[in-house]
Write a protein that binds this ligand. Structure first.
Ligand code: UGY
Ligand code: MN
Length: 248
């Protein structure tokens, strides 16, 4: 018997696990014909926003970035995209990074297309250009081994240059692979599980995690993960990077 009073979701001071069973839809101006689930944002103490959008036939995402840049990743399906005059069709595993001040339009999705978004208020850096629009894709051949461990691979999706103040990476763990240490760091994370399952340790608490779950980790939330099950565990994650750690 299922008991509707149970969930794996938790929301704490410096981390959250959000499983899809508790989603309530939001209305976002310009995003129509879709359900929008705001999974992480400033209301919980975060400095990023993460949403998951599921589009119906005729659904559209139309807008213009202002203070925040947006990274859009197609988790499933296909959709036509136009950003500042650049037109593409994006399919599962493909993404577009939209910097501040750009118009974007997503339309004609296949039914059920799912898009993950990461939003961050852009912090300009004197002497470095604001990044341009960037299209790309998940590509396992571009995922080098992480920390000398054959069971771990990370693909870095955004270029390593100081104009960017956010990173988005895809982390793949072979079954039995685990983070080689407990990470304790200033950077914040938002993430979505794309495949597989495992156990995440967040601030000394232990959580079973699987495909479709999201996690928020505030700065200094201690973190460790081990993959379980019969297929690799894969998550896509956000990280703030490249800015001075205190007021200059
Ligand atoms: O880049 C990172 O900080 C990454 N290794 N953290 C994580 O996967 N929890
Ligand atoms: Mn980390």
């Amino acid at each position: 018997m299922e008991i509707s009073a149970l969930t794996r979701s938790v929301v704490k001071r410096n981390h959250a696990v959000i499983s899809p069973d508790g989603y309530i839809n939001s209305n976002v101006p310009g995003w129509t014909g879709c359900t929008v689930n705001v999974i992480i944002n400033e209301q919980m103490g975060a400095r990023l926003c993460q949403t998951l959008v599921t589009l119906q036939a005729g659904g559209q995402l139309v807008g213009k970035t202002q203070a925040s840049q947006i990274f859009f990743y197609v988790v499933e399906g296909q959709i036509q995209v136009s950003v500042d005059g650049q037109d593409r069709v994006l399919s599962t595993g493909e993404f577009v990074y939209v910097p501040v001040g750009k118009e974007y339009r997503f339309e004609n999705p296949t039914v059920g297309t799912q898009i993950l978004t990461f939003h961050k208020v852009y912090e300009p850096l004197e002497g470095h250009e604001v990044p341009g629009i960037l299209f790309g894709e998940k590509d396992d051949t571009k995922a080098p081994i992480y920390m000398n461990d054959e069971a771990l691979r990370i693909q870095v999706l955004l270029p390593d240059h100081l104009g960017f103040d956010m990173a988005v990476n895809i982390f793949t763990y072979q079954t039995g692979g685990n983070l080689p240490m407990v990470e304790t760091h200033i950077m914040e994370h938002g993430l979505l599980y794309l495949q597989g399952q495992g156990i995440y340790m967040l601030d000394q608490e232990w959580y079973p995690i699987k495909k479709g779950d999201s996690i928020w980790m505030a700065p200094y939330c201690q973190q460790w993960f081990t993959a379980m099950g019969k297929e690799p565990a894969v998550y896509i994650y956000y990280k703030n990077v490249n800015r001075f750690p205190t007021v200059v």
